[in-house]
Design a protein around this ligand. Structure first.
Ligand SMILES: Nc1nc2c(ncn2[C@@H]2O[C@H](COP(=O)(O)OP(=O)(O)OP(=O)(O)O)[C@@H](O)[C@H]2O)c(=O)[nH]1
Ligand SMILES: [Mg+2]
Length: 295
């Protein structure tokens, strides 16, 4: 698996010399370094409101030899302590609906999650409820075959809600632990598509009362702030419970993860650090901050 440090290289490279190179200046409370820091943070798609808070804190601190640790702690404190995601929980099967805009990384993420869940000794069932494109369901089926994961595939053109329903019923019959439902990409600005998502959610609830237990949005890290806007609009339409950040390794705007936490108040559960099934890591605030700063 790719490391956080490697995956965040493009985010760091965008900021000439890296954020860490500005730390000596900050230690001396140099206003030029502080200004350069502010610019660099905004460039990596961190919400200006949050950057403003950080700058104010540093100004008040006024330099010091412990600057690296102080900055590290300040950045980490954006994320409340978070236990790793509990796959077991009380409900069985646990149903997770995966949503997002076109091409954000949903299908790849569903496969990676299925792989991870199986590695941990649970039995996952993948559901290809992307019936919009023939290739959509086919792509998940290919992953499932290669990773030897159980999968329910909807026919091209079938009703996505009915495929989701069938998959939950199948999971109940097969006693699967976790159902990961992949959906078609949809633009957050297209109301009929967002309404369809509501329909998918209702039909899952009909198959198993109280499900889906989780609705995760997969965000493309290369989009930075735009991904945050998408998530906000999805959140208005369906009750999102968490975020998976895909393509962090290809992004120069990795700072947007701070923005998600600050502006959307949603937990980031997993992060995609590459294209293979192994390249999915539970979100780790310490590792993320270290990779971000280049420490
Ligand atoms: N480098 C990298 N590439 C990724 C990652 N996750 C997904 N991708 C790539 O992103 C592209 C789109 O991924 P998909 O999983 O097909 O995205 P999707 O959201 O299912 O797309 P639609 O179903 O068309 O909406 C593929 O080429 C993936 O290999 C990641 O974490 N890192
Ligand atoms: Mg897909």
């Amino acid at each position: 698996m790719k490391s956080w440090l490697k995956a965040l290289a493009r985010t760091r490279d965008k900021i000439v010399g890296g954020l860490a190179s500005l730390i000596p200046g900050l230690s001396k409370a140099d206003p030029v370094a502080l200004e350069a820091w502010e610019r660099a943070l905004i460039q990596s798609d961190i919400a200006p409101r949050l950057v403003g808070e950080w700058i104010e804190k540093l100004r008040r601190k006024g330099g010091g030899s412990d600057m690296t640790q102080a900055i590290q702690a300040m950045l980490e404190s954006t994320f409340p302590p978070q236990a790793s995601f509990d796959w077991k929980g009380t409900q069985k099967p646990k149903v997770i609906l995966i949503v997002g805009v076109n091409g954000s990384g949903k299908t790849t993420t569903a496969a990676k999650l299925g792989y991870r869940v199986k590695q941990q000794g649970h039995s996952p069932l993948l559901a290809a409820a992307d019936t919009f494109r023939a290739a959509g369901a086919h792509q998940l089926k290919l992953w499932a075959d290669r990773l030897k994961l159980d999968v329910v595939v909807g026919a091209h053109g079938a009703d996505s809600a009915s495929v989701a329903y069938d998959s939950v019923k199948a999971a109940l019959a097969r006693k699967a632990d976790i159902v990961l439902i992949d959906t078609a990409g949809r633009m957050h600005t297209k109301q009929p598509l967002m309404d369809e998502l509501q329909k998918v959610r209702r039909s899952i609830d009909k198959a198993l009362s109280g499900a889906p237990h989780e609705i995760w949005i997969v965000l493309d890290a290369t989009l930075g702030n735009n991904a945050v806007i998408q998530a906000r609009m999805f959140k208005e339409c369906v009750a999102l419970t968490g975020v998976v950040v895909a393509k962090l390794d290809g992004s120069s705007k990795g700072g947007f993860i701070f923005t998600i936490r600050k502006e959307l108040d949603l937990p980031v559960h997993f992060v995609g650090l590459g294209e293979s099934e192994e390249d999915l890591a539970p979100f780790d605030a310490k590792e993320f901050v270290k990779g971000f700063l280049g420490l």
